[in-house]
Design a protein around this ligand. Sequence first.
Ligand code: SF4
Ligand code: SF4
Ligand code: FES
Length: 263
Amino acid sequence: MTAATTPTPSSKQKTFRVRIKRQESQGTDPHWHTFDVPYRPNLNIISVLQEIAARPVTAAGEQVRPPVWEANCLEEVCGACTMIINGHVRQSCSTLLDDVLGDDNTLTLEPMTKFPVVRDLAVDRQRMFNALKKIKAWVPIDGTHSLGAGPMESPEQQEMRYALSRCMTCGCCLEACPQYTKDNDFIGPAAIGQTLLFNLHETGKKAAGDRLNVMMEPGGITDCGNAQNCVKVCPKEVPLTEAIAHVGRQTTVHAVKKFFTGK
Ligand code: SF4
Ligand code: SF4
Ligand code: FES
């Protein structure tokens, strides 16, 4: 082997520390495991987890079970891999170690706190999907036959709806929202954004009244305290506060109409 290909002692030994919050299941006590992982440039957080899963031996030399996490698309589209990385909620597929490793050379991984833990870093986001069902986050069609060309949309409307459609139900906005807690019924900013997405759709707006009824219920839009944390953490830049303001106005008009007409 030539001198040029021999690894230097420093590159051979360079490791970083990973702290992972472990939990067997919802209701069991969480605990921490620490691992030392060899450094390579351009690792994403999922690659770090894969390194650990391939050799699940803690820094203290204890063999443990491999960590559990969820991932699917690996390109920040499905939202499944969302977790708390060094204190910030984000996707583990699109987060690079080099961007988050601080001076203490430590990466800390925790599950989101607003959803039940399935195991370790995997959480159950079913409440988000239930919220989408509740607000009828779909365009109702009359049968499966061709209905011909749909109604025209203005470019402005298309632009707004495109921005809202980027939501990947990752849950970052719910993790950051102080009003969304495990023991309340707040529907949360993501579902409010999707309410606007479908209420602006020329066919989707047929179910606008049903969606706004949900917004009027306990846990609806009035539970939003307008702290605006949601919009700051959304990785897809969904215009959540704009949507909340818009749906708030739609809900007020709907409530007044309902008061006078009964429907
Ligand atoms: S609105 Fe943004 S942060 Fe919230 S679930 Fe959708 S993509 Fe994630
Ligand atoms: S504006 Fe604040 S309270 Fe309302 S949904 Fe967003 S983070 Fe939650
Ligand atoms: S794996 Fe789909 S967003 Fe990360």
